[in-house]
Design a protein around this ligand. Structure first.
Ligand code: FAD
Length: 658
C-alpha cells in the first residue's frame, strides 16, 4: 500500500480493491485540513464500498492513518468504527456537516407564551420562501415556521432529528436521485464487480449529500432572517378560533402558538387508489419511494404524468428495466393535459422509448401478486384493458418486477389541520378554498393558503409565487409606501394583465397563477428537462390569434449536435406582427434556457428582433436564432431539420454498433 500526495489530493494504492488498484482522495473529498470531521465522515461514506471485507477495512484504516501523517489530518477512531459496522443495505443517518443551529430550532414547548405576527405551517419551498419574505424588509414580521418533517427515508436523520428535506420540494429525493444517476455509472460499477447494495449505498450517499446542501442553506437563511423554526405537527386549536394552533412535537408534547396571521403551506401527499397493496418495501407511492433501500433490477410504474415519467427515466439511468403502465393509448396526451405543447410532449415520450423503457398503453393493473415470504421472487402484475376487460391479442397480460410504483396523482394535505375549528372550507379534493387574495374562509379572516395545499397544478414555482402573493396581501400596509413610488402598471403589458407579482395591476389574481401562462415559466425536471412560458399555438388559436411556429432541433446547433442532440425549442409567434407569444423547450438545460424566452415574450420581442441578435457560438441559445430563421424560411428549415435528424440517427446507429 502506498499513499502519495498529489496536486489533486492523496492517491492511495491498495492492492485488490474493486476499484482496480487505487483510490484517489481528492482535495474535494478531503476538504480543508482543519475541518477534520467533514473530510473524515465524507470519506468514510465513500469507503462503504469496502465495508464487507475486513481486509479491505484494515487497508483503508491504515491508508487513512498514512494519509493523516502525510497531510496532517486527524482521524477519530470512533467515526470509523461507528460507520464500518453499518450494514451496507441500510441507509443509516449520516454525520454530514449539517447542524441544526440550537437557537434556531426550538422545541414546540418553548413556543408557548410567544405571540407571532405570522405562523407558517409547512416547511416545503412555499412555506420557507414565504416565511423568509415576511421576516425581511419591508415586512420585518416576527415569524414562526412550523414543519412536520416528512420522515422520508434517507432524508431524515433519525438519530439527530435532522430533517434534510426542509425547504426542499416533495420531489427533492427524485431530483437528487436523478443527479446521482447522472454522476454514477451503475454499469461501470457493476463492471468493476461491485455488488448492487454497495452501488445503492453510493447512490443514496450522493442523494443525501445533495439534500444536505439544500437543508443547510435553508436553515442558514432562516437563521439570518430571524425566523423561528420548530419541528412539529400543527392543527387549529378546538377553542382558539383561527389564531391559535396546537403544535405536537416528536416527543408528543403539545404547545399552543398564537399568531396574528397564519399561512397554510402544508403541501400534498400521494393519492393512493384502493386495491394497491402499498407496503413501503416493494410497493410504493411517489413519497414512500424515498425509503427504497436497494437498487431494483426491474421497476413497473403506473402513471403517465411528470412524476411517473421522471422516475421511469431515473430508474432506467440507474440500470433498472422499466415498464410504464398507462391508461391512455397515446402517451403524450397525459402530458398535454398538464400544459405541455404537443411536440414537447411527443419529444419526451420518444425519449422514453429510445432509452428502452417499455410502455404498456391502454392498460391498468387488475391484480397484484406480491410474494410476502420471498423478497427475491418477482412481483407479478396482471394487466387488463383500460376500464376493464381483456387486452387486445398480442399485448402483454402480465408484468414482472422487483418494485412497483404508483404515481397517479397527489392530494392536498389538509386532513390533520382541524380546519373545522377555524371555519376553513376545503373543496371536494381537500384543497383549501381561497378567494383571489388567497385568503381562506377562516372565521378571523386571517388565514391564507399557498402551494400544493390549494390543489392543482402541484408545481413548486406556482406555489412559491402564490406564497409571495399571500404575504403581500396579508401585510399590504408595509408595501404601500414602497409601491407608491413604483411606476403604475401599464395595463397593456401582459405581466400586469396576467398577475404581476408586484401587485400593481388591477387584474391581479394570485389564485389564477396556477392557470396563467404568463405568470411564470413552468419547469419540469424530467430527463430530458421540459419547460415553457407563454402561449401554445392552440392557446393562441383559442384566443383568436393567427399563430405560427418556428422549431429548432438541438441537433441543429453545434453545442446540441456535439453534446446533447435530443430535443427541440419552439417559438410560437403572432403572424400578424411577428411578436413572440410563447416558448417551449425540451432537452438539456431547458429549465435554464426558458428564462431568456420569458424575457422575449414579456418584452414583446419579435422574430425580427431575435434574427438581428447575435448569439455566442457553441451555446444552446443559438437555437433561438435557428427557430426564428425557421419561421421565415420554412422550406430551408425542413431540409436542415431532416439533415440534422439523419445525422442524429446515424450517430445513434453508430453508438449502438460499437
Ligand atoms: C417526485 C416529484 C417530482 C416533482 N417534480 C417537480 C418538477 O419537476 N417541477 C415542479 O415545479 N414541481 C415538481 N414537483 C412538485 C413540487 O415538489 C411541489 O409542488 C412542491 O414541493 C410543493 O411545495 P409546498 O411547500 O406547497 O409543499 P411540500 O413541499 O409538500 O411541503 C409541505 C410541508 O408541510 C409539512 N406539513 C404537512 N402538514 C403539516 C402540519 N399539520 N404541520 C406542520 N407541517 C406540516 C410537510 O411535512 C412538508 O414538510 C414534484 C413532486 C414530486 C413528488
Amino acid at each position: 500500500m502506498l499513499a502519495r500526495v498529489q496536486d489533486r489530493g492523496i492517491e492511495i494504492r491498495i492492492p485488490t480493491t474493486p476499484f482496480g488498484q487505487h483510490i484517489m482522495l481528492s482535495k474535494k473529498i478531503l476538504g480543508n485540513p482543519t475541518s477534520e470531521r467533514t473530510h473524515t465522515s465524507t470519506y468514510v461514506e465513500k469507503a462503504q464500498y469496502l465495508q464487507r471485507d475486513r481486509r479491505m477495512q484494515i487497508c483503508l484504516i491504515l491508508a487513512l492513518l498514512l494519509a493523516r501523517s502525510i497531510n496532517g489530518f486527524h482521524l477519530t477512531s470512533t467515526s470509523i468504527s461507528q460507520r464500518c459496522v453499518r450494514s451496507p443495505t441500510k441507509v443509516a443517518p449520516l454525520a454530514l456537516p449539517v447542524r441544526l443551529p440550537g437557537r434556531l430550532q426550538i422545541s414546540a414547548r418553548d413556543l408557548s407564551d410567544t405571540n407571532f405576527d405570522l405562523a407558517v405551517i409547512g416547511g416545503g419551498p412555499v412555506g420557507v420562501s414565504a416565511a423568509l419574505l415576511a421576516a425581511r424588509a419591508p415586512f420585518l414580521k416576527k415569524v414562526v415556521l412550523i414543519d412536520a418533517p416528512r420522515a422520508s427515508g434517507a432524508l431524515m436523520n433519525e438519530e439527530t432529528g435532522e430533517d434534510l428535506s426542509i425547504g426542499g420540494p416533495t420531489g427533492l429525493f427524485s431530483k437528487a436521485l436523478r443527479d446521482a444517476g447522472k454522476k454514477i455509472s451503475v454499469t461501470s460499477l457493476k463492471g468493476m464487480g461491485l455488488r448492487d447494495d454497495s452501488i445503492w449505498n453510493e447512490i443514496v450517499t450522493s442523494c443525501v449529500e445533495l439534500a444536505s446542501y439544500n437543508s443547510r442553506d435553508v436553515l442558514r437563511q432562516l437563521e439570518y432572517a430571524g425566523v423561528t423554526y420548530a419541528q412539529g405537527c400543527a392543527a387549529f386549536a378546538d377553542s382558539g378560533g383561527s389564531s391559535s394552533l396546537f403544535v405536537t412535537a416528536s416527543d408528543n408534547s403539545i404547545s399552543t402558538v398564537s399568531a396574528e396571521k397564519i399561512l397554510l403551506a402544508t403541501g400534498s401527499t400521494p393519492f393512493r387508489p384502493g386495491g394497491i397493496p402499498f407496503d413501503g418495501k416493494r410497493v410504493f407511492d411517489s413519497d414512500s419511494i424515498n425509503t427504497l433501500s436497494y437498487l431494483p433490477k426491474s421497476v413497473a410504474i403506473t402513471g403517465s404524468g411528470i412524476i411517473a415519467i421522471e422516475f421511469a427515466k431515473i430508474f432506467k439511468n440507474l440500470g433498472s428495466d422499466v415498464t410504464l403502465i398507462i391508461r391512455d393509448t397515446i402517451p403524450r396526451n397525459a402530458l398535454m393535459k398538464i400544459g405541455l405543447d404537443k411536440d414537447i410532449a411527443a419529444t419526451l415520450v420518444a425519449d422514453l422509448v429510445r432509452s428502452g423503457i417499455k410502455i404498456e398503453r391502454g392498460a391498468q393493473v387488475k391484480r397484484f401478486h406480491v410474494p410476502r415470504d420471498n423478497d427475491k421472487a418477482p412481483i407479478i402484475l396482471d394487466l387488463e384493458a383500460k376500464g376493464g376487460g381483456e387486452r387486445p391479442s398480442g399485448e402483454a397480460t402480465t408484468v414482472k418486477c422487483d418494485v412497483y410504483l404508483a404515481a397517479v396523482g397527489r392530494k392536498p394535505n389538509t386532513q390533520n389541520l382541524n380546519l373545522a375549528a377555524a371555519c376553513i372550507k376545503a373543496d371536494q379534493y381537500g384543497g383549501i378554498e381561497v378567494d383571489n387574495e388567497l385568503k381562506s374562509t377562516a372565521s378571523g379572516g386571517n388565514v391564507y393558503a399557498a402551494g400544493d395545499v390549494l390543489g392543482r397544478p402541484f408545481l413548486a414555482s406556482t406555489g412559491m409565487a402564490q406564497g409571495v402573493a399571500a404575504i403581500k396581501n396579508m401585510f399590504r400596509k408595509e408595501i404601500e409606501d414602497a409601491s407608491e413610488s413604483e411606476e403604475e402598471c401599464d395595463s397593456d403589458r401582459e405581466v400586469c394583465l396576467a398577475g404581476d407579482l408586484n401587485m400593481t395591476g388591477d387584474n391581479f389574481d394570485p389564485k389564477s397563477l396556477a392557470s396563467n401562462p404568463f405568470a411564470f415559466p413552468t419547469g419540469v425536471w424530467s430527463s430530458p428537462e421540459a419547460s415553457y412560458y407563454g402561449l401554445s399555438t392552440q392557446q393562441c388559436k383559442d384566443m383568436g390569434i393567427d399563430a405560427g411556429e418556428g422549431v429548432a432541433l438541438y441537433a441543429e446547433c453545434l453545442r446540441g449536435l456535439v453534446f446533447s442532440p435530443n430535443g427541440l425549442l419552439k417559438l410560437v409567434f403572432d403572424k400578424s406582427n411577428g411578436r413572440i407569444m410563447g416558448v417551449h423547450i425540451c432537452g438539456d438545460d431547458a429549465c435554464e434556457l426558458i428564462h431568456y424566452g420569458m424575457e422575449l415574450v414579456k418584452s414583446k420581442r419579435t422574430i425580427d428582433d431575435v434574427l438581428s441578435n447575435l448569439y455566442s457560438a457553441v451555446t444552446f441559445h443559438e437555437m433561438y436564432r435557428i427557430a426564428a430563421l425557421a419561421t421565415v424560411d420554412e422550406a430551408g428549415a425542413r431540409k436542415r431539420r431532416a439533415a440534422a435528424g439523419r445525422a442524429l440517427a446515424a450517430r445513434i446507429r453508430g453508438s449502438a454498433e460499437e
